[in-house]
Design a protein around this ligand. Structure first.
Ligand code: CTP
Length: 404
């Protein structure tokens, strides 16, 4: 078979309509300038997996910023160029597009930020992390929709494997160790035999500790956003990087059980209170950091740039958890449960639910007690603090008397 892309596997694929539309526009603009354009990276992987995509990466063999500018003009929207990287961002019809000029990357030393030079599509794909992330789809009119796969990405996607493109990948960019485990956890994939060996060897050479902490923490933050964070954590443990990332935590069957309970609690919360759905990764993190000394945990939260409310919740957990647990354990009446938990952050409450002996009481609070309403008409004439107190008293009376 004659291929336009030397030594690449090619096949036509169908793009989702919203991507096809903007892809065709980008292809036409690029051609008008004498360039070629391609969909690349994670978006190709996700389209092949049938996932919905709204963040879409294109590369341009030529000047990506110019293409982005003309696309933005056509749609009368803003575009954001980053000339030092040869990239630009444009939002079109709800899609977040990144257009990048095809480039080659070399690492001056392991773990460093790479040096960038312009290059061909193949070289641009070759600099990437895993075969499943290193495929492209042409959006040029002569072969629109052609999947271009130089490294066996499609086969690995079918075989559910994460495979690096070259043996030095993890050493040059240790963040890829975490990325490999994040994708494996997210997709339920395995590492290929050779990739597993390379990953273990990079870990034992100290790749994680030699990488810039900011980049590692950034990646841990991404892992926290994953639905299957717990699976990723298990993989961190399996490949012995858990202790390097969460210094001061010792994995134990007890901790594992607690995390598994948390997973069930999160599933319950999502179904029961869909409007309250939140960044559950932080709850996992709080449960993990409960194991650490407060100063260590706080330092970790600073390193990972946790939002201030997460840090506040952690403080409440470390300082107030014991007294809340005690009063909750002793609480007999509904109003006592209510008083123990009132005004406590939801993240803290979910964390408390991981404790078997408190679970039912917290559940009662979340499902019923916090929603008890009173008829304020009864308190006409009262205002300010007096009114507040009267309402609270009435609520507690209702909870204790009328709530079955
Ligand atoms: N990439 C890489 N090495 C890295 C980071 C990124 O090779 N350390 C490449 C991969 O080809 C990846 C692409 O850059 O597909 C885009 O990166 P990113 O947006 O982080 O990854 P996605 O694959 O899109 O992942 P996600 O689904 O989590 O957004």
């Amino acid at each position: 078979q004659q291929t336009a892309y030397l030594k690449a596997y090619e096949r036509k694929i169908k793009l989702p309509p919203h991507i096809e539309e903007v892809g065709r526009e980008i292809g036409i603009i690029a051609e008008g300038l004498g360039f070629k354009a391609y969909l690349v990276g994670g978006v190709v992987r996700d389209i092949l997996l049938g996932k919905e995509v709204w963040d879409v990466d294109f590369v341009v063999e030529g000047d990506a910023i110019k293409v982005a500018e003309l696309l933005a003009q056509k749609h009368k929207v803003e575009f954001h160029p980053f000339p030092e990287f040869g990239t630009a961002h444009v939002k079109v019809k709800g899609l977040k597009l990144e257009l990048a000029t095809t480039r080659r990357e070399t690492y001056p030393h392991p773990g460093a930020y790479p040096l960038v030079e312009y290059a061909s599509l193949r070289e641009d794909l070759l600099r990437r992390d895993f075969t499943i992330n290193a495929m492209a789809v042409s959006v040029n009119s002569q072969d629109f929709g052609t999947l271009i796969d130089y490294f066996g990405g499609l086969r690995d996607l079918k075989d559910r494997l994460i495979r690096v493109l070259h043996p030095l990948s993890f050493v040059e960019d240790p963040v890829r160790i975490l990325r490999a485990l994040r994708f494996a956890g997210r997709l339920g994939f395995k590492l290929s035999k050779s990739t597993e060996r390379l990953l273990r060897s990079a870990v034992s050479l100290g790749a994680i500790s030699s990488a810039p902490k900011g980049r590692i923490m950034n990646e841990v933050r991404l892992a926290l956003r994953e639905e299957r964070f717990l699976e990723i954590l298990e993989l961190y443990r399996k490949y012995q990087i858990l202790a390097e990332i969460f210094k001061g935590i010792t994995w134990s069957p007890k901790l594992e059980k607690k995390l598994l309970r948390l997973r069930d609690i999160i599933t319950w919360h999502k179904i029961e209170f869909p409007k309250e759905v939140m960044d559950y990764g932080w709850v996992y993190l709080l449960v993990l950091l409960e194991e650490m000394k407060e100063e260590e945990g706080m330092a970790f939260l600073r390193d990972i740039s946790a939002p201030s409310w997460v840090r506040e919740t952690y403080k409440i957990m470390k300082r107030g958890s014991k007294s809340t647990e005690k009063s909750l354990l002793e609480a007999k009446r509904n109003s006592e449960v209510y008083l123990s938990l009132k005004n406590k952050p939801l993240y803290f409450l979910l964390m408390l639910m991981t404790k078997e002996n408190l679970k039912e009481k917290v559940k009662l609070y979340l499902e019923k007690l916090r929603f008890v309403k009173v008829n304020v008409e009864k308190f006409r004439g009262l205002s300010g603090r007096e009114l507040g107190e009267a309402i609270e008293k009435e609520k507690m009376k209702i909870m204790d008397e009328a709530l079955e």
